[in-house]
Ligand binder design. Sequence first.
Ligand code: SDX
Length: 379
Amino acid sequence: MSAEPGQVISGLEGVLACESSITYLDGASDPSVLEYRGYNIHDIAETASFEEIAYLLLEGQRPNAGELEAFDHELRRLRHVPVELTRLLEMIPTYAHPMATLRTAASFLACLDPEQEATGRAANEKKARRMVAQFPTAVAAMARVSQGLDVLRPDPELGHAANYLYMLNGKRPDDASTRALDTALNLYAEHELNASTFAVRVVVGTLSDIASAVVAGIAALKGPLHGGAIDEAMRMIMDVGSVDNIRPWVDRALAEKRLLMGFGHRVYKTGDARAPHLRNMCRALAESSGEPRWYDIATGVEDYVREQKRIPANVDYYAAPVLHYLGFPLNLFTNFVASSRVVGWSAHALEQYDNNRLIRPRTRYVGLREQEYAPAERS
Ligand code: SDX
């Protein structure tokens, strides 16, 4: 779609705002296609580790064994957050929105970096790797502080996903849980020019620093039409409560024209390429936990909504019960998404720095003009 002169494209729908070699996305074909750096998501989501996917997205190519080992070691080394972060988290009132807390924590961590204003590809890659390593530590710390539990130090013997679950739950996870988290992290790591990634590119376009851009990404992700839908999806599944209640619940919601969280997508019209993999992980966790209820309700609602309204489930829909099975508190689901998406935000930031042009669109002015100004009268 290209705009006629003077035409406004509401929500920039279908507008091509930049060139990119990070993600190929075709949401109109059936089935839809999603590729990271040319690799189909169906070939990598359930088998690759998050470290491999993060390297692929940030560096632009698959790591060889030596590169992966070096990258993994660096992430393990960078995981630690200074004790001041725990103090900051304890100072933030409990009524603060968890994404507001993460936004503040990300900004604070960036301020502690003595090289925060260093520029150039190498400096930005280093800052990106630090954020990728530290965000899970910050999110796990938020979860522990909010539950009145001690914050746990990262375990250097564990890979990224296993350590994330360890810092969250205080015990080393089983293989099914680690695989499920790796898969969720892989699927959330990047998604082309979604609203938060666009916000990141706008900030980078001014040549501001990469951490400021990522903070803008967190701010955009917070909204309920974007990352903020995921906990609402879980609330919906919980509210349905039982398989028997699926039809009456969905019928009522549709009659009341309620927005079903975890359904629909601006780009995917035939189904979100990521959803089937999260459905697989949800089934695996339902089996390994011996608690099939959330999986049974989720699949039943998905099938019935598709039948009634033809709206497919998006990435958030099965990610919600997956995160619930894994022990993430409901109010930190969007924070989890940010702790993965920081990879995509960083990859787009690096790409924008490499080929930058200030992003500055125009408005079509519809207000009053040429008004005569008279000073306000004093009473
Ligand atoms: C993410 O862009 C990305 O890539 C984002 C993301 C990523 O990885 O970064 O994929 C992550 O943000 C996933 C989306 C999470 N949000 C939700 O689950 C919230 C619920 N979904 C919607 O509000 C909606 O589907 C959007 C916002 C996601 C997309 O909306 P669009 O493209 O603006 O479409 P629309 O709102 O104009 O809807 C078109 C029609 C409408 O019906 P009609 O008025 O034409 O009759 O579809 C209906 C809508 O009412 N519809 C829904 C619906 N989604 C669309 N009806 C009920 N429930 C829904 N969820």
